[in-house]
Design a protein around this ligand. Structure first.
Ligand SMILES: Cc1cc2nc3c(=O)[nH]c(=O)nc-3n(C[C@H](O)[C@H](O)[C@H](O)COP(=O)(O)OP(=O)(O)OC[C@H]3O[C@@H](n4cnc5c(N)ncnc54)[C@H](O)[C@@H]3O)c2cc1C
Length: 307
């Protein structure tokens, strides 16, 4: 099945979601090409192993409609049947344009897919991860939006072997008048081997200093539930879950987190899950490898002292 991967370049790099999709497509031995979109000055986003066309957007404009038109042409000219995309905001918008153009329904939040005898079967999560759907996609053009961290990342050697096209503005382009880039320090949620997340069971925001202390000892990234993000204890960029980030570390430590499905969907594929909660009936224990029934404010200091 001839495949086109739509990916994104952020901060001069191919983002990890794009690389995960490339890894999966290579595992399935599909014939594929990559198109990436972005507004960075990129260097190593191509490879000798795949063709990458970079659609460079004007950083002062949001011109997704013209970008979708270019990708549309590529799909028709090269006769791609399967179009796989990252679930970033930009790529979701692009797929919205393209699926209307091709009068087909995209499948979103895809966690896996397989092809046998040229038939495509897709698994996707809906209802905040409460239900998993298995569907066969029979349309001529098959658009899938892949959930981050769904596939194992292989080593992919990148170089400057790619073709770059500038995207022109059109009457639908929106002006970007300000860009605020969040400063990042310390281990990042998306790629840290250990993630420590806090929930309402940390009782009050000042107790997050315990999480920071533990994270420093373990060189871990810090996440949180939507409840504490909404309460202003932590920025949204650290939210784990359905409406936040998906993480898949080797170790995930959930501190005072009930384990609502909307939270689980962003962390349940972590390799080893440790939960600390004073309620032994808390749903987080159902997916934990190690459960500690106790008060976070007593257990975490003991952990810190013993590390
Ligand atoms: C559309 C939608 C999208 C959502 N997206 C997300 C998302 O992306 N991420 C997300 O996290 N949530 C999301 N939610 C919210 C989600 O449903 C839960 O409300 C949220 O995850 C709960 O956060 P929490 O576990 O911190 O709080 P709670 O559910 O209040 O749980 C707190 C836990 O702490 C325990 N506890 C209390 N005190 C202590 C103590 N001293 N020591 C030990 N344990 C203690 C309690 O027993 C309890 O289990 C979403 C909801 C909706 C409707």
């Amino acid at each position: 099945m001839k495949t086109l991967i739509i990916g994104e370049v952020t901060n001069n790099e191919l983002n990890s979601g794009t690389l995960e999709i490339i890894s999966k497509v290579r595992e399935l031995n599909l014939e594929y090409e990559v198109v990436t979109v972005g507004s960075s000055d990129v260097s190593k986003i191509g490879s000798d192993e795949f063709t990458n066309t970079y659609f460079k957007m004007n950083p002062n404009k949001l011109n997704l409609s013209s970008c979708a038109n270019e990708i549309n042409k590529l799909i028709v000219e090269s006769n791609y049947e399967l179009i796989l995309s990252n679930s970033t905001y930009i790529c979701r918008d692009l797929i919205a344009f393209l699926s209307v153009d091709f009068k087909t329904s995209p499948v979103s939040n895809v966690t896996n897919f397989k092809i046998s005898d040229n038939n495509l079967t897709v698994m996707n999560n809906i209802n905040g991860g409460e239900s998993e759907y298995k569907t066969t996609v029979n349309s001529d053009y098959k658009f899938l939006l892949i959930r981050p961290k769904s596939f194992e990342l292989e080593d992919i050697v990148l170089n400057e072997n790619f073709q770059s096209n500038n995207i022109n503005d059109d009457e639908t382009s929106l002006d970007v008048f300000d860009v605020i880039i969040e400063e990042k320090t310390g281990p990042q949620l998306e790629d840290s081997k250990i993630v420590i997340s806090a929930g309402r069971g940390m009782v009050e925001s000042s107790n997050l200093s315990l999480i920071e202390e533990l994270a420093n000892k373990l060189n871990a990234a810090i996440g949180g539930t939507r409840a504490i993000v909404d309460a202003g204890w932590m920025p949204y960029s650290q939210q784990v879950g359905q409406t936040g980030k998906t993480v898949k570390p080797d170790v995930y430590i959930a501190c005072g987190i009930s384990g609502a499905t909307q939270h689980q969907v962003g962390m349940k594929d972590s390799k080893y899950i440790i939960a600390i909660n004073k309620d032994e009936e808390a749903p987080i224990f159902q997916i934990s490898d190690l459960g500690i029934v106790g008060d976070t404010l007593t257990v975490i200091p003991k952990l810190i002292d013993n590390l």
